[in-house]
Design a protein around this ligand. Structure first.
Ligand code: CTP
Length: 401
């Protein structure tokens, strides 16, 4: 199985003095989990917000702050930056952004930033007024024009109870940006649409028929495709954190998902149906709420459209169509028949009755089936690792054409 593009990479994590500094610890943990060697640098001001002990413990080596009397090297101002594969500044305050723009190398982090040829990701976090101030806007534009990657802040609650744009991007988004920068851009210029989550079919104004799909595997496929340079549309019934760089189309029912997928399939190069679409829905939706006093209702079900089969019949030349199969028995035979009937290029089959597999888990174990090829079994792995294998298979299919 291909490893994360972060595995074995030396990543300097610069933490500057903002409230969001505590989130840098989670960023560090995730980078280390992905196999990176994390070199943490804190500015003087960052010490007001987080202690060195936690960050040192969750990074790969102790925190460095000092330009002088540095135990790691007699020349830390160049040593750290020269050895880096990537530098991430998270959070980046207005002051640190201004210093970087000017090349004002007053501390170890700023020296490292200008003594490196490695790519740099800056993750700003500040109050809305500061984020929108012309000086910050200008500094960000200059950094961008120099090829610095900016992970834009999100909107939400800020320190002191304020609301607005300026909150540090989620650790997930920051790590995804790192994967994008260091990973192969082997889906650059390719458009991918992924469906995710279980559809919900209304019974009345408050009740639905749902299923146990969490959407996690679909989100992982979308995140991996985006990390590898694709432009990604995610048609989803759930509201997990939006993977960096994906366009979200929210839907709820099979009918809404069908409309969204058919529209997207007309323009996208790769179509992945990871959603668990309800096969049946109430033939009639009661207006308002059904009352208990009227007794248990008889619900007549009707079939929903098979979205994937429809996409298979209308597949455009060169388009890659991928389905998922949730099975509890005869995994390969059942998935094979779906692959054939729905005219798919690839089906990702999982035995949802096995431990740690499928719904709601963070792990999955799958078998990949392609027409005219032997099934490939992938043992239990994180959903992101499974997504990596699925994207590898999609690229192999495209290359073979
Ligand atoms: N699918 C779809 N529309 C449906 C049902 C399923 O597009 N109404 C898609 C799913 O998104 C998945 C694939 O078809 O990619 C297989 O779904 P699955 O639930 O495993 O199989 P079904 O075709 O529904 O057959 P069964 O439930 O009998 O196993």
């Amino acid at each position: 199985m291909s490893a994360s593009p972060l595995a074995g990479k030396r990543i300097v994590l610069g933490v500057t003095g903002g409230i969001a500094a505590y989130k840098a610890i989670e960023v560090s943990r995730r980078l280390v989990d992905a196999g990176a060697h994390v070199v943490p640098i804190m500015t003087e001001a960052a010490h007001h917000f987080v202690g060195t002990t936690t960050l040192s413990a969750l990074a790969s080596e102790p925190v460095q702050t000092e330009l002088w009397h540095n135990a790691t090297s007699p020349i830390p101002h160049t040593f750290v930056g020269q050895g880096a594969d990537l530098i991430i500044v998270a959070p980046a305050t207005a002051k640190s952004i201004a210093a970087y723009r000017m090349g004002y190398s007053h501390d170890l982090l700023q020296n490292t930033l200008i003594a490196t040829r490695a790519p740099v990701i800056v993750c700003p976090a500040m109050h809305t007024e500061m984020w929108e101030h012309p000086s910050v806007v200008d500094n960000i534009a200059v950094l961008r024009s120099r090829g610095v990657h900016i992970v834009e802040p999100e909107s939400g609650r800020l320190a002191g109870g304020d609301e607005g744009a300026g909150r540090l991007a989620s650790p997930e988004s920051i790590v995804a940006a790192a994967e994008r920068v260091l990973g192969p851009a082997d889906l650059a210029g390719v458009s991918v649409v992924v469906s995710a989550g279980g559809t919900r079919e209304p019974i009345d104004a408050v009740r639905v028929i749902a299923n146990r799909s969490s959407g996690k595997q679909g989100y992982a496929v979308a995140a991996e495709a985006a990390a590898r340079g694709a432009s990604v549309t995610l048609v989803t019934t759930v509201s997990l954190p939006t993977p960096q760089g994906c366009r979200i189309v929210p839907v709820e029912t099979a009918a809404q998902m069908q409309a969204a997928m058919e529209q997207a399939a007309a323009t996208h190069d790769v179509v992945v149906m990871a959603a668990a679409v309800a096969d049946f829905r109430p033939a009639q939706v009661a207006e308002g709420k059904l009352k208990k006093r009227d007794g248990a209702p008889k619900i007549i079900l009707e079939p929903t459209p098979d979205i994937l089969a429809g996409l298979g019949s209308n597949k455009r030349v060169g388009q890659v169509l991928v389905g998922f199969a949730a099975e509890t028995d005869d995994l390969v035979a059942n998935a094979q028949s779906k692959l054939d009937k729905k005219h798919l290029d690839l089906i990702v089959a999982n035995d949802v009755s096995a431990p740690g597999v499928g719904f709601a888990h963070d792990t999955n174990a799958v078998t990949l089936l392609r027409p005219d090829a032997e099934p490939v079994e992938i043992d239990l792995a994180s959903k992101r690792d499974i997504a990596r294998v699925v994207i590898d298979a999609i690229i192999a299919l495209r290359d073979a054409r």
